[in-house]
Write a protein that binds this ligand. Sequence first.
Ligand SMILES: Cc1ncc(C[n+]2csc(CCOP(=O)(O)OP(=O)(O)O)c2C)c(N)n1
Length: 619
Amino acid sequence: MRQFADELRAEMIDTVGTTGGHLGSGLGVVELTVAMHYVFNTPDDRLIWDVGHQAYPHKIITGRRDRIRTLRQAGGLSGFTKRSESEYDPFGAAHSSTSISAALGFAVANKLADKSGRGIAVIGDGAMSAGMAYEAMNNAEQAGNRLVVILNDNDMSIAPPVGGLSAYLARLVSSRPFLSIRELARKISRKLPESLHKAAHKADEYARGMAMGGTLFEELGFYYVGPIDGHNLDQLIPVLENIRDADEGPCLIHVVTQKGKGYAPAEASADKYHGVQKFDVITGEQAKSAGGPPSYTSVFSKALIAEAGRDEKVCAITAAMPSGTGLDKFAAAFPERSFDVGIAEQHGVTFAAGLAAQGMRPFCAIYSTFLQRAFDQVVHDVAIQNLPVRFAIDRAGLVGADGATHAGSFDITYLTTLPNFVVMAAADEAELVHMTHTAAMYDEGPIAFRYPRGNGTGAALPETPEFLEIGKGRIVREGTKVGLLSLGTRLAEALKAAEQLESKGLSTTVADLRFAKPLDTDLIRSLMLSHEVVVTIEEGSIGGLGAHVLTLASDEGLTDPDSANGGLKIRTMRLPDIFQDQDKPDNQYDQAGLNAPQIVEAVLKALRHNSAGVQEARA
Ligand SMILES: Cc1ncc(C[n+]2csc(CCOP(=O)(O)OP(=O)(O)O)c2C)c(N)n1
């Protein structure tokens, strides 16, 4: 078993060296993965990895070794667990803290069907900071011994973990030595007759309660076992076997592991190689990114630091993503105005609402995909009360290797539907600086601005940021026949398309709308009245800019045959109505049909439709 674990670890290091991806978390659970598959009867016992980023060793030993080097690439294995990939992935993930709820669902379904399979959740200490984990534990009783929770405590989230729970787990670990085999035997021996065992168990709990208080998990109705050394197979296997054979109610096994275990460069690095580029296995040196313009994240981070320097009410909130959002730099500059709330987007948003109601100027920096989790807080706590919370929405649009679970597809749609909201999208990094400033200055209500993953366009950054007039776009290029209404960073593609259209004799206007809400109705109306074709382009799902522009046009009768511009043709370009798999972002936009050639094609098609198409249809 030891040798098998060592080989698995080596295979994983070699793989991620060639693919890049999540390394530290998987290295930390190599022994746990081996032990779980050895002891439990997967796939009938449903093994659910929280987040799923630590599941590479699990993938290697569940029939996917031959494809493991396709991880995170087009057509390859997902970087997370995925139901369609294997019967050993009973539940897909990528957003955190869902595993206990899902495992409970499996356990209860089996109970109802009188089947023996368990729901087994493996959840990290970072993921344990989210409310959902507690909501699930609060209901766990229903599952009886069919629910097993393995708390994989490596004392790390992506960044060091934060808050009272993390301190509590650290106290639990430091106040109890790892259980010895003898203690284990005493604690969970099945050899005792049931009644004696129950009495012994009660006495044991009582004694422990006297000494240090029952653990939080015991208070929630779990049978707590731990802490256990998660790299010691001689300890892991008997514990898991005992739990497997126990008739005790829901169990929580507290396993202590080390992120990055067994690979010196990972163990030595501050983030334990949570997510890495391809790297040299011998030296651990990661491939340098190609260089080029600064990332949107870093431009935002600098811009916000400048705002906070001018205004002491500016503060910032991250939900466990300080480096991903650039707020690590903000925290270094303004530690007392920076808040990492842990993986707790919902709490983070309502916390920001409270700060705003008390006169602060909070910036919630949350990826588009993770803000989804806090939608009701955005509606109920922020929008209805019209509180000036600023939302800095990173990773907007398609994100590449992380695939559908991480795509920022929906925020334009879900935010523009809310009364009171101002919603902006940056076309380049200079615009991002203006938008950060505009958000800082705007106290009338909630305001959001979105920007993509990756490097900017190389646009010169403004010395002094401008306040953008709310609800006003800008004309970037003037023409007469075709009007391209762009929102966000597709502007570059819209400009390329305009060049190509011009070369075909189609004079093209390009507008950068800046605001998805409120819409620049004057600009849109005037374009619609003076151009033959108007096309909206956005990096978001159906229901966003395109829907609002169409609604405006229909409300004002701008496309009616008897209107001033009767026969106007409007087309909307947006993300397709599917969950797109991982690929390089450029390819993803190609598949989505949002690159310059496809914009040109949409315009030509609209014009053809005008002459041949419509007549054909009428005939
Ligand atoms: C809802 C949500 N917010 C943020 C993230 C980003 N994220 C991915 S892994 C991770 C840290 C998880 O820490 P932990 O559960 O302790 O697992 P470890 O990586 O340490 O094994 C975070 C914050 C996420 N996946 N889901």
